[in-house]
Design a protein around this ligand. Structure first.
Ligand SMILES: C[S@@+](CC[C@H](N)C(=O)[O-])C[C@H]1O[C@@H](n2cnc3c(N)ncnc32)[C@H](O)[C@@H]1O
Length: 219
């Protein structure tokens, strides 16, 4: 049986998805539309928002990391750590080293660390707090088997460039929210065979809107 179904990890994930749902409901009761909020209010909201991948996307990340036997994973954009938990579970089953993940807000990182503890996965997760452009600029493992991009969309290309020299043949780059504005350049780079990837768009179907992702394999 997959470790994802173990009582400790499964119950942590379910509780966090329930919390994310409740928080979204509370946000909906606030002023609408969100564009009516001041920049300060929007900033405060971002600190509390999960913006997590769906469970279905989590299963996909887990399966991909298992299938390429990821031993070292880098994640851009942790939030409360839901995607991190799926990736860390795969890493543990692969008997890997660690997942390095990044989050801008200290408050989110504090909560995420508690979530990792609850799932029993803290030991293989290293959380770097601050701007990922800085926190990922040093101390990366020699080889990175999996890069998950889910932070500020405008930085996907920059983060990829930083990690790219460490990707091996068969390493995976998964980009989330590829339907967002401004992704064209990043996707064109990944899809240009001259850059050494084979890359394709994929959707995950959920009860809510479908998720839009790009899966790129380093050749
Ligand atoms: C979409 S959420 C990540 C959701 C998470 N992957 C999950 O599935 O639970 C994006 C997160 O990236 C963080 N972020 C955005 N830009 C960042 C940056 N430059 N450095 C570090 N974190 C950043 C945001 O604060 C936010 O919490």
């Amino acid at each position: 049986m997959s470790l994802l179904r173990s009582e400790r990890i499964h119950s942590t994930l379910l509780a966090l998805y329930e919390d994310a749902y409740q928080r979204t409901q509370e946000t909906k009761k606030l002023k609408t539309p969100r564009s009516g909020l001041t920049p300060e209010e929007q900033f405060e909201l971002k600190k509390k928002a999960y913006m997590a991948i769906s469970y279905e996307c989590g299963e996909l990340l887990y399966g991909l990391a298992r299938s390429n036997d990821s031993k070292n994973i880098v994640e851009f954009g942790m939030s409360f750590g839901l995607s991190t938990l799926f990736l860390a579970t795969a890493l543990k089953e692969n008997q890997g080293h660690k997942i390095i993940t990044t989050e801008y807000f200290q408050e989110k990182a504090d909560q995420a660390l508690q979530n990792f503890e609850r799932a029993g996965l803290s030991e293989i997760i290293e959380c770097r707090v601050g701007d990922a452009l800085e926190t990922l600029s040093t101390n990366l493992p020699e080889q990175v088997d999996f890069l998950f991009l889910d932070g500020a969309k405008s930085l996907y290309g920059d983060i990829l460039k930083m990690v790219e020299p460490r990707l091996r043949k068969g390493s995976l780059v998964v980009s989330d929210n590829t339907n967002h504005k401004g992704m064209e350049e990043h996707l064109a780079y990944l899809r240009d065979p001259a850059n050494g990837y084979t890359s394709t768009a994929i959707n995950t179907l959920t009860e809510r809107a479908p998720g839009h992702h790009e899966i790129s394999i380093k050749l």
